[in-house]
Design a protein around this ligand. Sequence first.
Ligand SMILES: C[S@@+](CC[C@H](N)C(=O)[O-])C[C@H]1O[C@@H](n2cnc3c(N)ncnc32)[C@H](O)[C@@H]1O
Length: 282
Amino acid sequence: MKPINKILQGDALEILKKIDDDIIDVGVTSPPYNKGERHKGWLVKNVKYNKASDDTPESIYQREQIKVLNETFRITKLGGSFFYNHKTRWNKGVMIHPMKWLTRTKWVVRQEIIWDRMIAANIRGWRFWQIDERIYWLYKPRNNKKIGKELKSKHALISSIWRFPPERKNEHPAPFPLELPTRIVYSILDGEKGLVLDPYVGSGTTLVAAKLLGCDYIGIDISREYIDEAKKRVTNCEVERRILEEELEKHKVRKTFEERKLNGEFTGRFRNGDLIKQKGLF
Ligand SMILES: C[S@@+](CC[C@H](N)C(=O)[O-])C[C@H]1O[C@@H](n2cnc3c(N)ncnc32)[C@H](O)[C@@H]1O
């Protein structure tokens, strides 16, 4: 099936299996992290989904994620991308890194992006305050070539450390901010239309970005309630356009590196150790 502009209710893996091969241009998702619901944070609300447990034996969780990732690979076009938001976790003091299961999927891991959230729920002294998450750019090679097409420089000039605070004006327990899927879809498709996937769609943030950028979408979530909210949000997405426009402003090249160099202007991003504050990077 090719359920264009639909949000489907059910288990991500089971629904993905029914979708046609090679139809998705770009995907963005944040799956449940298997954080174990008993570990409560106290600074912000604890993450608890209404229709799914976030407390599965780790080996079963990783096996399931590999299957979901391989199904997203199958339904993605050659040369297509999937951005997978996750984080490093610890179980009884042993670190669990997402690369542990990502390297066992069919995807090529093209980049690891650090998402600096600036705040996080748990503050305990076992280790430094973990305010980072990761976003993995996964790539489906064309003709076995793992490098792929270059990004336009206006997108590539955005660094591999992304700083956005978590979303606060949203009833969903774990939404990401609209800037995040906007940055991804806009950088990969560069304003062209395409088909965007989010198999753990939650409050529909990825679909809002897709629709505002003129793309089609497919969303999946296990919770009927979250889907109902996501549908309302997508219908009323115009109210969020300002946030999207602010993100797009960051992808403007005002003067190319070459123009600056020819004029004898400063070409770096830092002067005397300080980041130069300007709206666009160049
Ligand atoms: C981290 S949240 C996604 C939030 C989303 N990025 C947003 O901005 O709102 C993960 C979502 O996965 C859903 N979920 C959990 N297990 C699932 C499963 N097996 N199949 C499909 N969806 C599932 C939860 O209901 C939750 O909405």
